[in-house]
Design a binder for this molecule. Structure first.
Ligand SMILES: [Cu+2]
Length: 171
């Protein structure tokens, strides 16, 4: 699995956004097409600390792109590599991701999900306010992402994760 830096982001930072749109349509860029369908907004229009939507089901091999709408947030997989006190809440052997802090409006972070199963993630600054999300890739296979939320997680995150786990199990 690998991180994909959206061409749009890279080129926008160079001030070449309009060129990219034209270039993408001419080249039929596959990632741009997927991104438009599998996009999650980070932060609400009034600065709400949420992922919109907070749950998404995709097919294995698809790319999810998060776009910063407001505020400063991260998109961080539940994994001991990202937080030493936390257990993984992504499929065994899946690689964890962490966007780092995104602060510029329209900044994007993209990740390719190859391994089937249930992934839970959080925002570092706002996990305690319940800013978490879930991605189901293919079937919601039994795995760490379906486990009851661990006691060491902040209460609001635990509550929201409980809802997301119930949703994943219902698929
Ligand atoms: Cu946040």
């Amino acid at each position: 699995m690998k991180e994909i830096w959206s061409r749009r982001r890279v080129l926008r930072s160079l001030g070449l956004f309009s060129t990219v749109v034209l270039g993408s349509s001419l080249l039929g860029c596959k990632h741009e097409k997927l991104s438009s369908k599998l996009t999650i907004q980070i932060g609400g229009p009034k600065g709400e600390v949420v992922f919109i939507p907070d749950r998404l089901r995709i097919k294995p091999g698809e790319t999810v792109t998060w776009v910063l709408q407001s505020g400063g947030h991260t998109v961080t997989a539940y994994h001991p590599k990202n937080h030493s006190a936390y257990q993984a809440r992504i499929p065994v052997e899946a690689e964890p991701w962490d966007s780092g802090l995104l602060v510029q409006k329209d900044a994007t972070f993209a990740w390719v999900f190859d391994r089937e199963g249930v992934y839970n993630y959080f925002c570092r600054p706002h996990e305690s306010m319940g800013m978490v999300g879930a991605i189901v890739v293919g079937r919601p296979l039994e795995g760490p992402g379906l486990a009851p939320p661990q006691a060491e997680l902040p209460l609001a995150a635990r509550k929201r994760l409980g809802e997301l786990v119930a949703w994943a199990k219902s698929l």
